[in-house]
Design a protein around this ligand. Structure first.
Ligand SMILES: C[S@@+](CC[C@H](N)C(=O)[O-])C[C@H]1O[C@@H](n2cnc3c(N)ncnc32)[C@H](O)[C@@H]1O
Length: 248
């Protein structure tokens, strides 16, 4: 994608409930896996987007969430949504790159990263961000992962080009263990969580097509290719939710 196409891709994601596969029930399921979280946890939400998961956390917890994203448009959406639900007092937005996080050590009880740690790297993210987590704190991460070792050539080729370091669920569990963390729970997001993302995205792509014409062709084509691929191979790859504990 060139710069203009990337700008169009970001615009196609503005106004969506979330910017990746997900679902409030799944966010809550991950949250409920966590034992002994403090009464008023401090949460860092990395790559929060327009905050589908941020809002769900705020609905369910008396907490303070630092919601970080690099795009102000998404943070503005989150601010408006939080205001509408009277949740603003629990959410602080921060426009910052995940590559430049500089919080005090052990500032957070939970680090949440739905669909975003891949940008930084799964293994490196766990390693570098764990210093911000209190002992006994949790990571809640969704990460696109292979669900099988028997991968068809079509998804293999696509993901080799787009996310060459994508791992199987078992490989990620091994990485978590080797870094000295404990996996508390993990589960695969159902197809419906992808539909939650793809269906509103399709509507936005139509608007983008009207607005940009030919300039948007490549972005739209790529998005539809990705959607078609997932339809065909949802048994071979998917988003895995990993709930991970930093040891005491
Ligand atoms: C797949 S989306 C997931 C968004 C949200 N967590 C969700 O699940 O709906 C990835 C998010 O990471 C953000 N992002 C991309 N690069 C980033 C960076 N360098 N630092 C912080 N956020 C970034 C994007 O703007 C986007 O909101």
């Amino acid at each position: 994608m060139n710069d203009k196409e990337f700008e169009i891709f970001v615009e196609a994601n503005v106004g969506l409930p979330g910017q990746g596969p997900g679902d409030n029930e799944l966010t809550k399921r991950a949250l409920l896996s966590m034992q002994d979280i403090p009464h008023q946890p401090d949460i860092l939400d990395v790559g929060c987007g327009s905050g589908m998961q941020t809002l769900e956390l705020a609905r369910n917890l008396d907490c303070e969430i630092t919601a970080v994203d690099i795009f102000q448009q998404f943070l503005d959406d989150l601010t408006i949504r939080a205001e509408k639900e009277n949740l603003s007092h629990k959410i602080k937005t921060l426009k910052k790159s995940m590559f430049e996080l500089d919080f005090e050590p052990e500032s957070f009880d939970i680090i949440w990263a739905e669909g975003s740690i891949y940008i930084y790297g799964f293994e490196k993210g766990l390693k570098d961000w764990s210093k911000f987590l209190k002992k006994g704190g949790y990571f809640a991460i969704t990460e696109c992962s292979w669900l099988t070792d028997q991968i068809s050539s079509e998804p293999q080729k696509y993901w080799n080009e787009n996310y060459p370091t994508m791992k199987t669920v078992n490989e990620n569990l091994e990485i978590i263990k080797n870094q000295g963390f404990e996996t508390i729970n993990h589960f695969t997001l159902p197809v419906s969580a992808w539909e939650n993302y793809y269906n509103p995205l399709k509507l936005n792509l139509s608007k983008i097509a009207e607005k940009y014409g030919k300039e948007a062709d490549k972005v739209i084509e790529e998005q539809y290719f990705e959607m078609g691929l997932y339809n065909k191979y949802s048994n071979e790859y998917g988003y895995e939710f990993y709930i991970i504990r930093k040891l005491l």
